[in-house]
Write a protein that binds this ligand. Structure first.
Ligand code: OOB
Length: 538
């Protein structure tokens, strides 16, 4: 039997995680199968086009799994899903999980560069994509992928409004014989925000992910009464598992999918479906706060808004209760594992000023200085963590793993934090070479490398500049023969990268400043962006 590579936890820790009941040796799909007896007829997921009960979600993912099995797809294979926020996302995810064929779920904003990189790394056997995405409007890109990656055996394209091969495959009843899965093995891949040239893939096992989902569901006290609005891109770790859609399924609740997190998409859904919970990034929350007071929609059903993905400013945090009438929960998480929540019964100070505390008492946190020495509580340092649902290594990245994990298996997230005696963390900054553009992560090196491909550009350095709405935008400093920003944007779009990675500002300068050891001095460049910008709100 083929097995997907991943770095296992040391046996003594795996034993402990089992003994403590974190790892239950059950497949991740049990979040839906467990609901069938009691909640089979209840709506599990609703999008703009249809509503599926738990029974339907289970049956459709079985049919699709059987269809794929008949195409020769089997345990140990990999797959790529690129769908919008639509019920087919969960049908496809569960079908592949049932087969043991681990998917990577690309964000809908991803383009050729990202998709190529995932295919290069995974050699998928299945593509499940939507023609609503510009890449799949016709067959050209799919054919290129199929030629470049002969591993691709089955391609299912969905058409959002009409019939499609994907819909036929899941609607047509077929008996599925489930293979025996080992819950210690890889279930699927999360995407890393990254700080390197190539986006890294994060193998998540059934055991570790299911634990994070179920524990998150308990912390957030979700029940079958709850209705969760999935407003962020469905594959992202936050709306998938913190507690996200999978947590809501595990509780027997209902997931409502919005096309995007804007008030115009979301407020009507909140009223119509009596949404109780949702998860937002700070810029979306800001828009909600601006629009809620004058909205004609009744938002009273909302009990909790979770905010995470990027730092939330105190001034925005303070407005949640007065303007939206619901509880704020701060969430500081990462696709690699560790997730922190403020708890509902925390005092107001901790809810407003901290990004929460870890899910598990077995989440080990170290806050260290530049030499790797522990710093006292309350002092800033780098965050290191390991635990029952934090990965031990990126997929097939031995070199990067050397620097991303310490000798004790602690993952270095690249965040600067302060830990309080209560265990709560405050995110104070970052050492990784990344821009956090309103929750969307940009690995500076990835975009710099693409810019270096331009004939006029000699050197490129991308840094964060403060922005009142997004928190940060990206600023590219360049040397070489000047080119207009418009032309550079066009050039980058032609390379096929997600729009959010295209720098917001470009500037040609004579030389990039260097540190005493001869590296590009990004700190100095960042200072320069601040001179040119108005003071940020957060
Ligand atoms: C979430 O996951 P990723 O993988 O997109 O990004 C992780 C990084 C963290 O290392 C940190 O730099 C930043 O995003 N971050 C925050 C934050 N939440 C995430 N920075 C400040 N304050 C916060 N509340 O973004 C993610 C995954 C699961 C749940 C929530 C967020």
């Amino acid at each position: 039997m083929k097995q997907i590579d991943f770095t296992p936890w040391p046996p003594e820790l795996a034993k402990r995680y089992r003994e403590k009941g974190y790892w239950q040796d059950r497949p991740l799909t049990s979040v839906i199968s467990d609901q069938l007896a009691q909640h089979g007829d209840k709506p599990a997921v609703i999008d703009a086009h249809r509503s599926l009960t738990y029974q339907e979600l289970e049956a459709y993912s079985d049919h699709l799994a059987a269809y794929l099995a008949a195409q020769g797809i089997q345990q140990g294979d990999t797959a790529l899903i690129q769908l919008a926020n639509q019920v087919e996302f969960y049908i496809s995810l569960f079908a592949l999980l049932k087969l043991g064929a681990a998917p990577v779920c690309a964000l809908f904003s991803h383009k050729q560069t990202e998709i190529n990189s995932y295919c290069e790394q995974l050699e998928p056997t299945v593509l499940i994509v939507s023609s609503a995405h510009e890449l799949y409007r016709d067959d050209a890109f799919i054919q290129t992928l199929q030629q470049q990656y002969p591993s691709i055996r089955t391609t299912l394209v969905d058409h959002p409004k009409g019939n499609s091969l994907l819909k036929q495959a899941y609607l047509q009843p077929r008996a599925f014989i489930a293979p025996d899965l080992n819950p210690e093995h890889v279930a699927f891949f999360q995407l890393s925000g990254g700080s390197t040239g190539t986006p890294k893939l994060i193998p998540r096992t059934h055991n570790d992910y299911l634990y994070s989902v179920v524990a998150s569901k308990d912390i957030c006290e979700l029940t079958e009464q709850h209705v969760y609005l999935c407003a962020l891109p469905a594959p992202h770790n936050f709306p998938l598992s913190s507690p996200g859609a999978l947590g809501v399924f595990a509780a027997g609740g209902t997931v409502v999918m919005a096309n995007d997190p804007s008030p115009s998409s979301c407020f009507q859904l909140i009223e119509r479906y009596q949404v109780t919970h949702t998860a937002l990034v700070p810029p979306a929350l800001q828009l909600w706060l601006q629009h809620a007071p004058k909205s004609a929609h009744n938002l009273q059903s909302l009990a909790v808004i979770q905010v995470g993905g990027a730092k939330l400013s105190l001034t925005i945090a303070e407005q949640v209760k007065p303007l939206l009438g619901c509880q704020l929960q701060q969430v500081f998480g990462m696709a690699e594992g560790l997730v922190n929540y403020t708890r509902y019964d925390d005092d107001l100070w901790h809810i407003l000023h901290t990004q929460g505390r870890p899910i598990s008492e077995d989440d080990q946190i170290k806050v260290v200085d530049e030499q790797g020495n522990l710093v006292p509580d309350g002092e800033e340092g780098r965050l290191l963590t390991r635990g029952p649902y934090t990965i031990r290594g990126y997929y097939r990245s031995p070199e990067h793993n050397q620097s991303a994990f310490d000798e004790h298996g602690f993952y270095s997230s690249g965040d600067l934090v302060k830990r309080l005696p209560s265990g709560h963390l405050i995110v104070t900054g970052r050492v990784k070479d990344q821009i956090n553009r309103g929750g969307e992560k940009i690995a500076a090196e990835e975009v710099e490398n693409l810019l270096l491909g331009h004939p006029n550009i000699q050197q490129a350095a991308i840094v964060a500049m403060p922005d009142a709405t997004l928190g940060e935008k990206s600023f590219a400093f360049l040397t070489g023969i000047p080119v207009k920003a418009l032309a550079l944007r066009k050039y980058l779009r032609e390379q096929g990268i997600a729009d959010y990675k295209v720098p917001d500002k470009f500037k040609f300068i004579d030389n990039l400043p260097l540190t005493p050891v001869g590296k590009v001095d990004k700190k100095q460049l960042r200072n320069e962006t601040e001179v040119q910008q108005p003071t940020p709100q957060f």
